[in-house]
Design a protein around this ligand. Structure first.
Ligand SMILES: C[S@@+](CC[C@H](N)C(=O)[O-])C[C@H]1O[C@@H](n2cnc3c(N)ncnc32)[C@H](O)[C@@H]1O
Length: 294
């Protein structure tokens, strides 16, 4: 019989290595030895949930065939899901210029526009994109434009689908937009803001591991992949860039997080087009609004 796990169960070096190897293989996440205590505390509730006494037994279980389902919980526990509404506002300003100058004429011609929030966490990025679109064109939901928002973590996808944000998570939303696009409610004695139907109908949330096959059939016009690859090593990042290039429309845009860069953009077919902004090389220039190389 398993012993009851105590709050201070520590991870041994061998179990750490096995878990780190598994997390890397499954999701690209790099677990640094310096972060051992954080990783330990993030995983302790998994030991409790499974009534497993120590990390040695946990790592053996999660690495086994029977542990397949637990791997998803483990990845969910290990991912960092911090996000904010309108994080790095300049990307949303840039998006609005694209909508006005390029997307609306195309949409009014019956064309399709697709925007991908890759690594969307709790959905703040996708809802910020949706608000940006609606602020430019309130009738945009009637056209063929959709936001695909994906994450490896099923917990955040469930949260995003519910679209109900506690007051403390709404700080990035300007008051005017909060009034316009969210309904204030009380849930379990807490004030929450629920995204209204106009916002929700623009977005499809789905679970997707960026390292696995992508099921999308159409090209993307804009990809937001911000504050995700920072947790990957260069090798994993370098495997991702050509895939983004391949799925991006020739005039598309890729936004990365403020501390993320494509190490060698030219080698992967990209050129920089503003701060942490990339576009495929040899694009027609239709939606480039900034002088090149900024
Ligand atoms: C820090 S959040 C970034 C959220 C949002 N993009 C932003 O910038 O605010 C990083 C997200 O990437 C997700 N993630 C990590 N590895 C992933 C992978 N292999 N595939 C898909 N999503 C992944 C995590 O689950 C987490 O929700």
């Amino acid at each position: 019989m398993m012993k009851t796990q105590t709050a201070d169960t520590v991870i041994d070096a061998k179990s750490f290595e096995a878990i780190a190897h598994l997390a890397y293989r499954e999701s690209g996440l790099q677990l640094a030895v310096e972060k051992t205590s954080m990783i330990q505390s993030r995983l302790r509730h998994r030991l409790r949930a499974l009534n497993i006494s120590d990390f040695e037994n946990y790592s053996a279980f999660v690495c086994s065939d029977e542990g397949r389902q637990e791997r998803r919980h483990m990845i969910s526990a290990l991912t960092t899901n911090v996000s904010h509404f309108f994080r790095e506002k300049h990307h949303f300003d840039r998006l609005q210029k694209c909508v006005t100058r390029d997307f609306l004429p195309r949409l009014r011609n019956g064309d399709r526009v697709r925007i991908w929030s890759a690594g969307c966490s709790n959905g703040q990025e996708a809802f910020s994109i949706a608000m940006s679109l609606l602020e430019v064109a309130p009738d945009i939901g009637e056209m063929d434009i959709r936001i695909l928002a994906t994450d490896i973590d099923s917990t955040v996808i469930g949260f995003s689908k519910a679209a109900s944000y506690p007051d403390r998570l709404t700080s990035g939303i300007p008051n005017e937009l909060l009034q316009k696009y969210f309904v204030k409610r009380t849930e379990k004695e807490e004030t929450v803001f629920c995204a209204n139907e106009k916002l929700r109908s623009l977005i499809r949330f789905n679970e997707l591991n960026l390292l696995s096959e992508w099921p999308m059939r159409h090209s993307m016009d804009v990809i937001f992949c911000r504050n995700v690859v920072i947790y990957f090593d260069v090798e994993t990042q370098n495997r991702l860039w050509p895939r983004f290039h391949q799925i991006l429309h020739p005039d598309g845009i890729l936004f990365l997080g403020h501390s993320e860069r494509i190490a060698d953009p030219q080698a992967t077919g990209f050129e920089t087009d503003g701060p942490t902004t990339y576009r495929p090389m040899n694009a027609s220039g239709q939606i480039s609004l900034e002088p090149r190389g900024q």
